[in-house]
Design a protein around this ligand. Structure first.
Ligand code: NAD
Ligand code: UFG
Length: 344
């Protein structure tokens, strides 16, 4: 009864490893380390007191994935592996379709051959495109405006087709809103390479002096203070949602063999509210200036959370102050992410 966690060395995947190990599941991680360090898994072992089985490998290598599924007697997969930067996806669409869409197809074929028919998939609120109404329910129309978003939509559709072909398949499609925060031990967290695209890692680098100031993209949106509003969710809450989804699928308790659920808090916070919350948590001043809107950004995006509450019996527990406090704790304890230890 082992769960294969693809992309398990990454930001969300490493937190998921902790959550599954602490719940008593056996896991094996498959990750090609294209955006991660294997040190994250040593830290997972330190937090949980359990050894983590790890295979350096690529989801596009169908034979290897199949061999891993057999060797570890896997019964389910939690699938995080993939590329995730919207901006990069517009410059390298082939890599995005290859890693995300082709990778998932190879993974599904390997699962099919190995007789493993349960998967949880990391989708994204990006599939809703420009909100037509708020909060976003799972039935909101989907549209994607960049290659990254299109890969997520294509994969979702692939999974629904596979589910419809054979009731033995079980899929949980989880649409994440904006994952932030870190494990409260400060041992694992987000480790962005280069200049961060996302708000929270950028703010942390202003707080610790690595960047001079934050560029706030747009202050003329129709929101309370004119800046963009998002539904930030603590990564530890997010991965607990995966644990619940895994249990619901394994028990056969879902109303259908393929469900789609939002994972968010239902609360929207503006960029300026995030800046102030981070200032409180870090006791540092976050310098910022207003810049033009970033292309492709929506004004507001936050989740309707009722389906997750009813289907998974799950609700995010941690508030914005905890998200900022845990992020700052991780950054203070690991100013160079995993890089400093990796260089020793
Ligand atoms: P991450 O980059 O930290 O984790 C992804 C992991 O997958 C990395 O460890 C990387 O090395 C690995 N990987 C990439 N391509 C691979 C391949 N072909 N074979 C094997 N391993 C591969 O990203 P994350 O933030 O932890 O995101 C995890 C998943 O959640 C991704 O699918 C992402 O698209 C999705 N997601 C993330 C966010 C977010 O804001 N972080 C929001 C919505 C959805
Ligand atoms: N922002 C700034 N300055 C920055 C970075 C971001 O003002 O330097 C603003 C953005 O304009 C937006 C908000 O902060 O209003 C959040 O931006 P992020 O880049 O952190 O997050 P997004 O909502 O744009 O996108 C994230 C992931 C996507 C995912 C989406 C929904 O990056 O992959 O959440 O899950 F699809």
């Amino acid at each position: 009864m082992t769960v294969l966690i693809t992309g398990g060395a990454g930001f969300i995947g490493s937190h998921c490893c902790v959550s599954f190990l602490e719940a008593g599941h056996d896991i094996v991680v498959l990750d090609n380390l294209s955006n991660a360090s294997s040190l994250s898994l040593e830290r997972v072992a330190a937090i949980t007191g359990r050894k983590v089985s790890f295979v350096v490998g690529d989801i596009r290598d169908q034979a290897e994935v199949e061999e891993v599924l057999h060797r570890y007697k896997c019964t389910a997969v939690v699938h995080f592996a993939g590329l995730k930067s919207v901006g990069e996806s517009t410059k390298m669409p082939i890599s995005y379709y290859d890693n995300n869409v082709v990778g998932t197809l190879r993974l599904l074929s390997a699962m099919d051959n190995a007789g493993v028919r349960q998967m949880i998939f990391s989708s994204s609120a990006t599939v809703y495109g420009e909100p037509q109404f708020l909060p976003l329910t799972e039935d909101h129309p989907t549209s994607a405006v960049n290659p990254y978003g299109r890969t997520k939509l294509m994969i979702e559709e692939m999974l629904r087709d596979v589910a419809a072909s054979d009731p033995n398949w079980r899929f949980g499609i989880l649409r994440y809103f904006n994952p932030v925060g870190a494990h409260d031990s400060g041992l694992i967290g987000e480790n962005p390479l280069g200049i961060p695209n996302n708000l929270m890692p950028f703010i942390t680098q202003v707080a610790d002096g690595r960047r001079e100031q934050l560029a706030v993209f747009g202050n003329d949106y129709e929101t309370a203070d004119g800046t963009g509003v998002r539904d930030y969710i603590h990564v530890s809450d997010l991965v607990d949602g995966h644990l619940r989804a895994h249990e619901v699928l394994a028990e056969g308790a879902a109303p259908s063999n393929c469900f789609t659920v939002n994972l968010g808090t239902g609360n929207g916070y503006s960029v300026l509210e995030m800046v102030r919350a981070f200032e409180r948590a870090s006791n540092k001043e976050i310098g910022f200036s207003f810049s033009p809107r970033r292309e492709g950004d929506v004004a507001e995006c936050y989740a309707h959370t009722e389906r997750a509450e009813q289907l998974l019996n799950w609700k995010a527990k941690r508030d914005l102050d905890a998200m900022c406090r845990d992020t700052w704790n991780w950054v203070c304890k690991n100013p160079a992410g995993y890089a400093a230890e990796a260089a020793e």
